[in-house]
Design a protein around this ligand. Structure first.
Ligand code: NAI
Length: 274
């Protein structure tokens, strides 16, 4: 199938195998707009592989139910060979690649600075930054003027700094920098590059953050949730669907938006900013 301007749009979403994650919600929202989606995630070796593959198949089924097409592709964003294979599979299955959503991320680098090991710095950098760098580079030859769009999933931790967020803060700042650099460089080629900066979103990662906050402050989970929600002006955590809405808008209808970092945080503070 050779790509034409009338062909359905195609997308690759990283980190899309968790049922309540932002990646899965984004894939389903794209499917609702008729987009063909490569649904990808890290498939670890060993016992957990089957569970992750089931999660990916479940996301793919939800994309199809929503009206889109889907293909499941295992993809560890720290593995260059897997990145190239995933892009090839997307292009050969759907005839092109229009939208790249760099959603995969790790929160393992959330820790006070003095306690962070080199290993956690390196893991955070490899997943959160180099994953998006390498995927964007591999996608570039396929992205077409007027249709091509990259959306990076940063964080409010990429807009400001709060004590205790460690390598997560630093790498999400880098994702914001990457977004602006690529927007400046790829604009003349008709490719838009934007990011979302989610605040507290109720996903597996968001739940883990709440547990960490509870443990650090010797609170119950309920007390930690109440304290955290108390700092959000809209008075609640966000949902993966609400972030997916913003991602899909940036990926499609927002035709004159590039280089933007859209906060999806219910007006919560981003911490220390310049
Ligand atoms: P999640 O844990 O459901 O999603 C993270 C995904 O990244 C998972 O599917 C995981 O398997 C994948 N991943 C991790 N390492 C990977 C690797 N090496 N290769 C490929 N995939 C890998 O959590 P959530 O919340 O949906 O996170 C999605 C994105 O949103 C992440 O980038 C996260 O940093 C960001 N975010 C989340 C917030 C929240 O409150 N939940 C707030 C701000 C940003």
């Amino acid at each position: 199938m050779s790509p034409t301007s009338n062909a359905p749009r195609t997308a690759l979403v990283t980190g899309a195998g968790q049922a309540r994650g932002i990646g899965a919600a984004t894939a389903v929202h794209l499917g609702r707009s008729g987009v063909c989606v490569a649904v990808t995630d890290l498939v670890p070796p060993g016992d957990r592989a089957g569970k992750v593959l089931d999660g990916l198949e479940d996301t793919a089924r939800r994309v199809r139910d929503a009206g889109g097409q889907a293909v499941v592709v295992p993809l560890d964003v720290t593995d260059l060979a897997q990145i190239e294979a995933a892009i090839d599979t997307t292009v050969s299955t759907f005839g092109g690649l229009d939208v790249l959503v760099n959603n995969a991320g790790t929160g393992l680098g959330v820790s006070p600075f003095a306690e962070l090991s080199d290993e956690l710095w390196q893991l955070s950098w490899s997943v959160n930054v180099m994953g998006a760098v390498r995927l964007s580079r591999a996608a570039l030859p396929h992205l077409r003027a007027g249709r091509g769009a990259i959306v990076n999933v940063a964080s409010t931790a990429g807009l400001g700094a709060e004590a205790g967020y460690g390598a997560y803060t630093v790498t999400k700042h880098a994702v914001v920098g990457l977004t602006r650099l690529l927007a400046a460089e790829l604009g003349p080629q008709g490719i838009r590059v934007n990011a979302v900066a989610p605040g507290m979103i109720y996903t597996d990662l968001g739940a883990a953050e709440l547990e960490l906050m509870a443990a650090r402050n010797e609170m119950s989970l309920e007390e930690a949730t109440t304290a955290m929600v108390g700092g959000i002006p809209v008075g609640r955590m966000g949902t993966a669907d609400e972030v997916a809405e913003a991602i899909c808008w940036l990926a499609g209808p927002a035709t004159y938006v590039s280089g933007a970092v859209v906060p999806v945080h219910g007006a919560a503070s981003s911490g220390l900013t310049t």
